[in-house]
Ligand binder design. Structure first.
Ligand code: ZN
Length: 238
């Protein structure tokens, strides 16, 4: 069940860059996922949160830190706008993955192959730099009894994407949530993304794509199913 991570570069490989190696080796969170991560909304009522005014004050502090004058005209409303943007980018903390997948359509009507949704676009924020990474998720599962509306897998992806993430963890969370809630014969998740913390800072390599995957059940046990999934994901668009 280990996530496979592979970084492809459109530029010439630059393996001497210590920074690039460090990025690739950042430790994953524990492989054992806590079901509360994907079965419930992440915001807990018993954990106090700062007020909106306190959050805006923190943005003002950052503006001063970079050398700005937070009171100048162009910046007066910036703290408010930044906090509003955060509300949108991080709304996944308030959403419950299980709720989305629990609205299932029951009947498989004899269908016994996997269902693949590919090219689900997403934008997430990396937990190391709070900078965006964005790309596509490809998700397949082989239903036993429970089939889910096709848009629900896109919704599920968005819920996890709208939290601070590592790409590896997000890949594992999507697979675990589908496994846990739909109880399919197997799940395959492949995510490809560009990380702005790597393209606009650090090694500053544009176009480097990071791939992560997770296979469970029949996809994990059967390499032929894995490669069928991968070739369908890779097939040219019509
Ligand atoms: Zn980062």
């Amino acid at each position: 069940m280990d996530a496979l991570i592979k970084t492809l570069r459109s530029n010439k490989p630059d393996s001497k860059t210590a920074d690039a190696k460090a990025e690739a080796k950042l430790p994953e969170r524990s492989a054992e996922l806590d079901p509360s991560e994907f079965m419930a909304a992440a915001v807990r009522a018993d954990r106090p949160r700062p007020s909106r005014a306190e959050a805006e004050a923190a943005v003002t502090t950052l503006l001063s830190y970079i050398g700005e004058e937070p009171t100048r005209e162009g910046l007066v409303d910036t703290p408010r706008r930044v906090v509003e943007a955060y509300d949108e980018l991080y709304q996944g903390y308030h959403q419950c993955p299980a709720e989305v997948l629990n609205r299932t359509f029951g009947e498989t009507a004899g269908y016994d192959d996997f269902v693949l949704i590919r090219d689900i676009e997403f934008t997430s924020q990396c937990e190391h730099h709070m900078m965006p990474f964005y790309g596509k998720a490809h998700i397949a599962y082989t239903p036993v009894e429970r089939v889910v509306g096709l848009s629900k897998l896109a919704r599920l992806t968005d819920i996890f994407a709208r939290r601070l993430q590592t790409q590896e963890h997000m890949t594992a969370q999507i697979a675990a949530a589908i496994d846990e809630i739909l109880k399919p014969r197997g799940v395959a998740v492949l995510i490809e993304a560009e990380h702005t913390c790597m393209s606009v800072r650090g090694v500053a390599k544009h176009g480097a794509i990071t791939f992560t995957s997770r296979f469970t059940g029949m996809f994990r046990d059967n390499p032929a199913e894995q490669s069928r999934f991968l070739s369908m994901v890779r097939a040219p668009q019509r």
